[in-house]
Design a protein around this ligand. Structure first.
Ligand SMILES: [Zn+2]
Length: 381
């Protein structure tokens, strides 16, 4: 029932439409007309206005052929990471790749195409189905902003399949929490050549803190990274300010809290050890901190009905799926947090967020077959 030629055409259409985060309008319009052609009720929410983008989340409802079956949410995101404009996809027998100058956008246009193909096949072949809700989200790549604005209470689904990961033989059921942080180190300005002893180098304090903090792979479930150091540019002035930005992630929230406490302590210790005496009074460096949980971890047990639905559907098609954890968040983290139990199935995307990105076509097709089977089984249950 899944038509592979049509899936390739759809994903190529979507890939050719530019959709950096906050600029998803072209893709949203394409999806809205495709959904309307399938007879869905479609609304666009006001998330775009909230985040300063040109399109909101596209939310659709497919009328059920069996209304007694529980509603299922299917979701994928419309935005891509840079460099993702003017993508020139190259089609080969078993894959589609970028021409090496941009990302491809298989993340997550494969997910969008899988959902469209599933709904098309359901309609074409009168596949019995319960209520299906669809969310095509904006701004996933910049902090899951679109999903965070979805009014989950207005959705009737209590379970979701998110289509936004690598291999269709893997189902993501666990993903980390992530904290973003910014530490501003305040030192003391002084002439670097005439009287450096009257200054406190904010760069040195920041460097000491970064050298001491837990960084990189901290344990099997926990990572952290520091990305930006901002400071005054004049080399003849002891820098009085240095900004350090970073993030930490863990599958274990308590562990993440402990790592954040440790990072904070490293900055406080470094600041505490830096001082200058000016006219008899001791001056010290001080730290300003901004940190927040960017998204919350998810952990769906293998026995959960939505995980079992995907596993059993795949099995009935002769495909084995293993449940896995990944090191990144997705819209599924948000839905789980909001009471919609969600798993994230792979769509065939590969080497994402790089200019070498490609789509494994057999894997892409298999994903659609599994999702269609999930819809069919859910109505039959
Ligand atoms: Zn994605």
């Amino acid at each position: 029932m899944i038509r592979r030629d049509r899936m390739v055409d759809t994903v190529l259409d979507l890939i050719r439409l530019d959709s950096h985060s906050r600029e998803e309008r072209l893709v949203a319009d394409y999806l809205i007309s495709a959904l309307r052609a399938l007879g869905c009720d479609v609304v666009v929410d006001d998330a775009g206005r909230e985040v300063g983008g040109n399109a909101g989340n596209v939310i659709a409802r497919v009328k059920p052929s069996r209304s007694d079956a529980p509603s299922l949410l299917l979701s994928a995101h419309m935005d891509v990471v840079p460099p993702g404009e003017g993508v020139n996809p190259i089609v080969e027998p078993a894959r589609i790749r970028s021409d090496g100058t941009t990302i491809l956008g298989g993340d997550d246009k494969t997910g969008l195409a899988v959902i469209l193909e599933t709904l098309t096949a359901v309609s074409e072949h009168d596949v019995p189905h319960g209520p299906i809700e669809v969310v095509f989200s904006i701004c996933e790549e910049v902090g899951l902003l679109g999903a965070k604005h979805v009014d989950c209470d207005a959705l009737s689904s209590k379970e979701a399949i998110v289509l936004d990961s690598g291999s269709s033989s893997r189902l993501v059921t666990r993903a980390p929490s992530s904290d973003g942080f910014e530490f501003v180190v305040h030192g003391l300005e002084a002439h670097a050549g005439m009287c450096p002893e009257r200054g406190i180098s904010a760069v040195r304090v920041a460097a000491q803190a970064v050298a001491a903090m837990p960084l990189g792979r901290i344990d099997a479930e926990t990572t952290s990274n520091v990305v930006i150091l901002e400071c005054p540019k004049a080399t003849n002035v002891v820098p009085n300010r240095c900004v350090v930005r970073g993030e930490a992630r863990s599958l274990d929230d308590a562990r993440l809290d402990a790592v954040m406490r440790e990072i904070r302590r490293c900055f406080q210790d470094a600041a505490g050890s830096a001082s200058a005496t000016l006219d008899g009074s001791v001056q010290r460096a001080w730290i300003e901190e901004r940190s927040q949980r960017t998204y919350h971890s998810m952990r769906v047990p293998d026995e959960a009905p939505v995980a079992q639905l995907v596993l059993s559907s795949a099995k009935s098609l002769g495909a084995e799926i293993e449940t896995v954890s990944i090191g990144g968040g997705s819209d599924a983290n948000v839905y789980n947090r909001r009471g919609i139990q969600s798993v994230n199935l792979g769509t065939g995307m590969r080497d994402i967020h790089t200019v070498n990105e490609w789509i494994d076509l057999p894997d892409f097709f298999r994903c659609a077959e599994i999702v269609l089977e999930c819809v069919r089984r859910r109505a039959a249950a």
